[in-house]
Design a protein around this ligand. Structure first.
Ligand code: SF4
Ligand code: SF4
Length: 460
């Protein structure tokens, strides 16, 4: 962590520490989101089957998704995880309470989560499992409701078996990509002085005290260097008797440069997210109606073929092409690093690219369909209610002329950031700037080709 590049927000907004130390902070967020989450499930199960008239579809897959990927993750990292309603019932059960810190250990069966699963692989496969059904989930309220209910049930079961937020850390398919893309966020929870932590033996932030629980995400703030696994729950800010935990502003994408924590499971998350952004753009926004029907399971053989190609592209095609790219880079830049490690390292260049690709995709989705939100606010079940007088509001795409400009802008930004990251990563493996430049060339080619593919899809 380069300290000079950090701004401690508490220095300029001192009352924020008080807000975050309050035990009300997280429950206020989660109880609010739990209300909408429950409404999304109930409307999904009992409301109209017409997706764009159902609160569950419109608010989850357009409003929440748009907020998450366009605003929350890029600007505030994992803050959504502090507000997320999915693990909340399980967490309340563990804690036997909602607001106050109950004395004693968490109430669970204290099983040990298998070591082999303490990584992102479950989240990778979970995301793919949801993604191959996404055309169905996004349009059928009942399926969407069962999925949300299923997530919550898995959260409860895991909270009964294991201590802390095992669901969020190792299982939640959404949490996986939020964690990866929060590497880009300009906000972080970090200790101000790691030396203070090194000498503070009680480690309240790990074991908890009478004011706060030990870190529910099972990380030690004293050595935290990346945002990926910090759920921004603020428990450590409450727990630390030394007031050593702060919120920092820092340069965008700082965590991408933390070389020692790069991992293949996270690299695969980057591949999967980029491939999915590309495939979703083809299927959901492209002009090929038949493809949308195949994804929507018009016949089982069609869907099986679609799912097969989808999985192949995610697990083999894109990672395979990227491995060839890294091999070329290894040769050109004379980089003395095993290929597997080089592929893993370079995969972090796909984080800015993937995030901006998802933002570009979401501009289309949100601006084109966002107006449905007005109607479902007044009539969440599609039963003909008119709570706020907006039921009859007509579908009105917003800013159609603006979308291509926004998409071009954000994709270009992502591409330049990714290319710059490739140069820096190559530079971490060779002290010679010319070699680093040669080494980054194939990766730059890969990044530019993918960007042009997106631009071609969006601009036609
Ligand atoms: S309680 Fe505070 S000072 Fe002690 S180890 Fe944790 S963050 Fe560091
Ligand atoms: S490091 Fe602190 S803010 Fe992050 S998850 Fe752990 S307790 Fe919460």
């Amino acid at each position: 962590m380069i300290k000079s590049q950090r701004i401690n927000v508490f220095q300029y907004v001192p009352f924020l520490r008080g807000v975050l130390r309050s035990r009300l902070f997280q429950p206020v967020l989660t109880i609010s989101t739990l209300f909408f989450f429950t409404l999304a499930i109930v409307t999904g199960l009992f409301g109209t089957p017409v997706g764009n008239r159902n609160f569950g579809i419109v608010f989850v897959w357009i409003v929440w998704w748009g907020l998450l990927i366009i605003l929350l993750v890029p600007f505030l990292g994992r803050l959504w995880c502090a507000a997320c309603p999915i693990p909340v019932p399980g967490e309340w059960l563990q804690r036997r309470g909602i607001i106050n810190r109950r004395k004693g250990r968490l109430s669970t069966l204290r099983w040990k989560f298998p070591k082999r699963l303490r990584n992102m692989w479950l989240q990778n496969f979970g995301f793919l499992g949801v993604a191959i059904f996404s055309a169905i989930i996004l349009t059928r309220p009942e399926v969407s409701a069962w999925l949300l209910l299923g997530f919550s049930l898995i959260g409860i079961i895991l909270s009964i078996l294991y201590e802390n937020r095992v669901f969020c850390r190792y299982v939640c398919p959404v949490g996986g990509f939020i964690g990866l893309y929060s590497l880009m966020s300009p906000v972080e929870v970090r200790v101000q002085d790691p030396q203070v932590c090194a000498t503070h033996t009680p480690k309240d932030c790990i074991i908890g005290n009478e004011y706060a629980y030990g870190c529910p995400w099972m990380v030690f703030p004293g050595t935290l260097e990346r945002n990926t696994y910090c759920g921004m729950c603020m428990e450590c800010i409450k727990a630390c008797p030394k007031n050593n935990v702060v919120i920092n502003l820092r340069p965008v994408g700082s965590d991408l440069m933390v070389a020692k924590e790069r991992r293949l499971d996270e690299a695969y998350k980057a591949f999967i997210m980029l491939a999915c952004a590309l495939l979703y753009s083809v299927v959901l926004l492209g002009p090929w109606g038949w493809l949308k029907q195949w994804a929507n399971m018009d016949t089982l053989p069609h869907w099986l073929a679609y799912a097969g190609v989808f999985l192949l592209a995610n697990l083999l095609l894109l990672p395979g092409l990227f491995t060839l790219t890294a091999l070329l880079s290894q040769r050109l830049g004379r980089i003395q690093l095993p290929l597997r490690q080089l592929v893993t390292d370079y995969a972090y260049t796909l984080v800015p690219l993937g995030l901006t690709a998802w933002i570009a995709f979401s501009f289309s989705l949100v601006f084109t369909n966002g107006s449905y939100a007005l109607g479902v606010l007044s009539d969440p079940f599609g039963w003909g209610w008119n709570l706020f007088g907006t039921t009859e509001s007509t579908w009105m795409p917003f800013g159609s002329a603006l979308i291509p400009f926004l998409q071009t802008g954000i994709l270009t930004t992502g591409m330049l950031f990714a290319v710059n990251t490739a140069y820096k990563i190559a530079g971490q493996h060779t002290p010679n700037p010319r070699q680093a430049l040669r080494g980054m060339l194939p990766v730059t080619g890969f990044i530019m080709s993918i960007t042009f593919a997106f631009l071609w899809l969006y601009l036609g």
